[in-house]
Design a binder for this molecule. Structure first.
Ligand code: ATP
Length: 477
């Protein structure tokens, strides 16, 4: 793939991810479906490894977080209690000429005006000022004929169990806009069945749906997406009354280190402190990543937010269920406070790809594309090649592949020259390639029963005995 053909890095990476079977625009044969994407073979494997890494750090490596997998559909009152039905809106502004729909707060941001969580009156006031100064134009066609901003609900409705033609506010169900709702609803069952002591967390990964006004920037913002969310329940009086800040700081540190551990360059991460908070929040930070493919700008990757006792209090009030916690030591009963960490799977994938994708100039005047992903995230761990399509080489290679694929995600490839096969594996981030050659089969050679193992990053090759391959890779993964 030649970089000269692309306008910018975004176009190059989007095209790369499609051509190499990672990400496809949804419903393409029908002309596409905005804001929805499908994940091909390597995309699926990369995403699976990202989710496993997150779950490992949340569940396996901690003794205070429990797993959950709650349903997408929930009782509709859930979203009344949470405030989503009335308040989960974004301000929308339309171009009368080309019909482009824009997020009014994003339009204002381009003028350095922060409109995050501001009222529609504030937004229209600021837009009017820009209009009177002849500064307000459509981001698509440049027309100045724009509507007023109005609120636009992000909730996606459905009609589970009721015919579409009778859909009304009384029988509507919603596709969840965030996964944490399921955690609040299963808090009580979790406490009653597993008896965790505070502080403890509940973590889950699942799909969420938002009717985003503008679903652009590839998989950064989509209408159907997956979230990885952890809600940490605690007694605000613990830690000498400092529980909120103590746990908050510890979790901020924990999540920051997760990204460093998986190879994100620290210079490309920063904290953003929310000045304007959601009505329930007492402190909110985002981890921002500098997406080189999105114009080199820092963008929200993950949120770490204090939610106070809002969620359990609201669900208690609307459902009538007692969601209080009895603390044996202090003999006190109270509604636990919550802090959360929340990140989109695809946003994380995009950050890892952006961080790892390199076009490297080689000594012989050639270049290669290589994805220097952390090995734990690589879709394929080992690729096995016969040097050529000679039957004996193929048989031996397949035998090796069959042994290794019991333990590692391994790919067998015999098409094209070995050089081309190395390049293909570099592109998808495979850390090791194994090549079976004639020495492997030659009983008189001192290389008999050995293979070449080639390292993705250094491109160095070494000979390894076939019998020792499984151990060799086990030590490296
Ligand atoms: P934004 O300001 O980008 O719209 P948000 O503040 O509404 O995001 P949250 O509601 O805090 O986001 O969601 C938590 C996380 O879920 C975000 O940090 C992001 O990683 C992910 N996320 C939210 N909306 C989307 C979306 N439409 N597509 C992909 N990921 C998303």
């Amino acid at each position: 793939m030649s970089s000269q053909n692309f306008k910018n890095r975004q176009e190059e990476i989007v095209s790369f991810l499609k051509s190499r079977g990672f990400v496809f625009p949804s419903s393409e044969i029908y002309g596409g479906f905005a804001g929805v994407y499908d994940y091909g073979h390597y995309g699926y494997l990369l995403i699976k490894n990202i989710k496993d890494a997150w779950m490992k750090s949340m569940i396996q490596e901690r003794d205070d977080v429990l797993a959950l997998d709650s349903a997408i559909f929930m009782h509709p009152t859930t979203w009344k209690a949470s405030g989503h039905v009335d308040g989960f809106n974004d301000p929308q502004i339309d171009c009368r000429k080309c019909k482009t729909r824009m997020r009014a707060d994003h339009v204002l941001e381009e003028f350095g005006i922060s409109a995050d969580k501001q009222s529609i009156e504030f937004i229209n006031f600021e837009l009017d000022k820009l209009r009177s100064e002849n500064k307000l134009f459509c981001q698509n066609c440049g027309s100045s004929d724009l509507t007023e901003a109005k609120v636009f609900s992000l909730m996606v409705k459905s009609n589970l169990g009721s015919p579409v033609d009778t859909l009304s506010e009384d029988n509507v169900v919603y596709l969840r806009p965030e996964t944490c709702g399921g955690i609040y609803l299963e808090y009580k069952n979790t406490v009653d069945s597993l008896h965790p002591k505070l502080p403890f967390g509940m973590a889950q990964i699942g799909k969420a749906f938002r009717n985003e006004i503008q679903a652009k920037q590839f998989i950064f913002r989509t209408r159907e997406f997956e979230q990885m969310e952890m809600q940490y329940f605690f007694n605000p009086k613990a830690e000498n009354g400092e529980a909120a800040s103590a746990y908050f700081e510890a979790w901020k540190d924990y999540r920051w280190k997760f990204y460093l551990d998986y190879g994100i360059k620290e210079d490309n991460l920063r904290w953003y402190k929310h000045e304007k908070l959601a009505h329930y929040a007492s402190d909110a930070y985002d981890i921002e990543y500098k997406y080189s493919m999105l114009g080199d700008s820092f963008k929200e990757l993950e949120g770490v937010h204090q939610r106070g006792d809002w969620d359990l209090s609201q669900h208690s009030k609307f459902s009538g269920a007692d969601l209080s916690y009895f603390d044996e030591a202090s003999k006190e009963r109270f509604i636990p406070h919550i802090m959360e960490t929340s990140v989109g799977v695809a946003r994380m994938m995009l950050a890892f790809v952006d961080n790892a994708y390199e076009r490297e100039e080689l000594q012989d005047g050639e270049s290669r594309i290589v994805m220097k992903l952390d090995k734990r995230l690589s879709p394929i761990k080992v690729a096995v090649f016969p040097l050529s399509k000679k039957e004996a080489l193929q048989t031996k290679s397949r035998e090796i592949w069959k042994n290794l694929n019991k333990k590692f995600m391994t790919e067998y490839d015999e098409s094209g020259s070995v050089g081309k096969r190395y390049r293909r594996q570099d592109e998808i981030g495979t850390p090791y390639c194994v090549t079976v050659d004639f020495d492997t089969l030659d009983e008189s050679s001192d290389k008999h029963n050995t293979v070449t193992v080639r390292d993705r990053d250094s491109m160095k090759q070494e000979r390894v005995k076939i019998d020792e391959l499984a151990r060799f890779f086990a030590e490296r993964f």
